[in-house]
Design a protein around this ligand. Sequence first.
Ligand SMILES: [Zn+2]
Length: 170
Amino acid sequence: MRETLVLNASFEPLSTVSLRRAVVLVMQDKAVVEQAHPGLRLRAAAVDIPVPQVIRLCRYVRVPFRQRAPWSRRGVLVRDRHRCAYCGRRATTVDHVVPRSHGGRDTWLNTVAACAADNHRKADRTPEQAGMRLLSQPFEPTPADALLLALGLGPSDGVKLPEWLAVRAA
Ligand SMILES: [Zn+2]
């Protein structure tokens, strides 16, 4: 299935997202379908929407198009799906991999989501110094991810569309 084009509320093209992501945005009332695949609908128990080719966001979002996503604590938590980078449990804090006292900065590649206990345990040390291992490496969101972050959705997960929601001809 092709990607769906996302327009800002101002009709300015922003990005493309997967069909699944587009449907989630429509189902969450964050976007409306501007153009649909002719003759195709998504059907499930309580869902019947056209298969979107183009959707438009209901609310205008400021997204740096083809630029780097601005770093934010909230963005790091969303990117990491609120999972602690050290133990995988629920994270509520942001940890600087290289501590700020060691010259570490507020960047995507130097920050990870962390649970309060691990953040406290690691304290003012690098993972090596603290004897802690990162379960996954921090990464910089792509421009498409930046759009999802602006909408409060993670780049690779967030809201899941039910597997049984299939595309059928109308
Ligand atoms: Zn943890």
